[in-house]
Design a binder for this molecule. Sequence first.
Ligand code: RP5
Length: 228
Amino acid sequence: MTRSPGEWFSLAVAFVVAAVVVSFLVAIVGSFLGLPIWGIGVLVLAALALLAYPIFRVPAPSAPTETADTTERTVMSDAPLVGIVMGSQSDMAVMEECAKTLEALGVPYELLVASAHRQPAKVHEWAAGLADRGVKVVIAAAGKAAHLGGVVAAYTPLPVIAVPMKTSDLGGLDSLLSMVQMPSGVPVACVAINGARNAAILATQILGTSMPEYRAAVEGLKSEMAGA
Ligand code: RP5
């Protein structure tokens, strides 16, 4: 950690003022106790050293640490097929619809809150292990500069469906463009702003290409929607 010349100047002024006050007080106490002049001098020097240490000590740079992990992975099954990740607990209100839809379609899933910029190591660890744990599709929800889907896609061979969160500043256009404009080579499929339900259905459709029960679940949903 470095200090600017202005900060050093302020610290020096603070030290001089404090040093005068402390020396004065120590001298008064010393004479009150009847100490010889050299004893008072030693006391004053010791007091100044004690004063200087906290003022001028340069704190050691701290290693970057991740935000405390308060929300662990929520596993809805021993063998989840869909992994849902969202950048913040504040995305949960919207993403509950995604979880509910997967439940209605009978798809086992797990859910994690992890931010690509606040907890990059957590996102990396989770995304890199998904395929080996049998997860088939990822749903990534985030808002603003929404890089979570892209970061997850960088670490997994699985298809990633992104859900752009509606935002207060730009209405979710920021999230949408961040997700949909992935550079060539690392695709991220993207549903509508706050399209949590569609993300769940699309994930089920992907599962349905190789698992007949999920194809049947989607066909059932389509029949329901058609009023059949
Ligand atoms: C993104 O920033 C999250 O996905 C969320 O949509 C948005 C705001 O996050 P909070 O400031 O509410 O944690 O990382």
